[in-house]
Design a binder for this molecule. Structure first.
Ligand code: ZN
Length: 473
């Protein structure tokens, strides 16, 4: 394809989501060669935020020539079926692991959307209100899946005339990418880099976010722009202590966990403890069909893992049980219910914030027992059941039951799939010789403000992306 003779002024980018917030990632790139949508994420959180998922897209989906998605998390990919329903028919570029995870996550999202809409419509029917259509259905998801174009890290694609696309490992979840877009103009090549979600350098499975040498414009995530995480050695020491305390009491250990990323990190550490003769429990259950499937997808792409632990890399090709022999998967509802009878075991189940999924059944069956230990390994937003546990609630209403909380609750601060403030700054400074213009995205305002100050102090020109704002590249 010929490079169109476009000038820099013809290149524009509009922030349609994840601007001054952490969900709904969506950026529209316009060139003379066509329009490209970078991310198509769902807005998540309280109703005032999720209402935005129901609005029409602020652009015509039929006018897009290509879509690029950095990783499979729903806040980056969850509105793809809606985009297709609204008329988009072109390719969707993503990495091979994202190709696999997307099917798992979008089918789950469609299923939840159908259930939520049914529930809401019952309420509306009683109130004599207009009924809602689901945002999308499984058929829309199937159409998205047929439009996936896998592109491995480091390889080049040309989604539009005069636009080169390359993915780099972001180390956040398996397949997560930093997106590099080379834009040809008559005045030379412009490079737009989107960090995607950047991983934590202490991830036991994934590589560190790849360092890029050059960008003219950088869109930088800022989820933890205002703080660093607790150190990994401290977090692991706490994790071991919690498991030991549970073993002394003889009760179960419940670990609410996200299906993608956190579950696999936990399985890694439990296997490590086991190999060091330091895992007091003799049975570990993953009680979540989605986490089981995600764990299998991780194994399928094991060649992308880091090489820090030769033992692990040798064994994981044979599956998670080769690494952690006392691991069992609970796939069916019957398998899950059978866990009500176990004692002294570790049970990992979703959801990570205890708002849904099978963990609620285990909490109902175990929280009132003094010998139970609950290990909270991720951030719990206000208003969630997980947060009330962390805040020391003495009684909780779970699945229609009034449950006394007598269990011991442990909170681990250091497991995170995101880079902390210092890592974000260090990574951005890797681009320093070229001095990119930085736009902060994917963060709350306080986090963005703190990160902006740190970057300005390093003489990097930094702005907070405004919702709906358009910039020239
Ligand atoms: Zn993410």
């Amino acid at each position: 394809m010929n490079t169109p003779a476009i000038s820099m002024a013809d290149l524009r980018l509009t922030f349609h989501g994840a601007a001054r917030q952490v969900t709904g990632s969506c950026y529209l790139l316009e060139t003379r060669g066509g329009r490209l949508l970078l991310e198509c994420g769902m807005f998540q959180g309280p109703p005032a935020t999720t209402e935005r998922n129901r609005l029409d897209f602020p652009f015509d989906p039929r006018s897009l020539a290509a879509v690029v998605v950095s990783h499979a998390h729903i806040d980056h990919s969850g509105l793809l079926p809606k985009l297709v329903r609204a008329g988009y028919t072109g390719p969707i570029y993503l990495t091979p692991p994202t190709h696999d995870l997307l099917e798992l996550l979008l089918k789950d999202a469609a299923h939840l959307e159908m259930k939520d809409t049914q529930w809401e419509n019952k309420r509306r029917q009683r109130a004599g209100k207009r009924l809602l259509e689901p945002l999308y259905t499984l058929e829309d998801v199937e159409r998205v899946l047929a439009m996936r174009r896998p592109l491995p890290y480091a390889e080049l694609a040309q989604p539009l005339p005069g636009v080169q696309l390359r993915f780099h490992d972001a180390g956040h979840i398996i397949g997560a990418a930093i997106v590099e877009l080379g834009l040809d103009t008559r005045d030379g090549r412009r490079t737009l880099v989107f960090s995607g979600d950047l991983g934590n350098r202490y991830s036991p499975l994934l590589r560190d976010p790849e360092r890029l040498a050059h960008a003219d414009v950088l869109l930088l995530e800022s989820t933890y722009g205002d703080r660093d995480h607790r150190s990994l050695p401290d977090t692991l020491a706490e994790f071991r202590q919690a498991l030991q305390a549970a073993a002394r009491s003889g009760g179960n250990v419940l670990i609410p966990s996200f299906a993608v990323g956190r579950t696999q990190d936990i399985l890694y550490w439990l296997g490590r403890f086991h190999r060091e003769g330091d895992l007091p429990q003799s049975r570990v259950f993953v009680d979540s069909p989605m986490a089981i499937e995600a764990s299998e997808i991780y194994v399928r792409h094991a060649k992308l893992f880091n090489r820090d632990d030769p033992d692990f890399n040798r064994l994981i090709g044979h599956g998670w049980q080769a690494w952690l022999p006392c691991l069992s998967y609970s796939r069916s509802t019957e398998d899950s219910m059978a866990l009500n009878q176990v004692q002294g075991a570790i049970i990992i189940a979703g959801s990570g914030m205890c708002e849904g999924g099978r963990i609620r059944h285990h909490l109902k069956y175990n929280l009132w027992k003094r010998d139970t230990h609950v290990i909270i390994s991720g951030f719990q937003p206000r208003g969630t059941l997980g947060r009330r546990l962390v805040d020391g609630a003495r009684r909780l209403s779970i699945l229609g039951g009034d449950i006394a909380v007598r269990a011991t609750i442990h909170t681990l601060g250091g497991f995170s799939a995101h880079a902390g403030q210092s890592e974000l700054v260090e990574w951005a400074l890797g681009l320093q010789p070229a001095r990119p213009r930085v736009y902060l995205v994917h963060g709350e305002v306080e986090a963005m403000t703190a990160l902006r100050e740190r970057l300005l102090a390093q003489r990097m020109q930094t702005e907070i992306a405004e919702p709906g704002a358009t910039i020239a590249l």
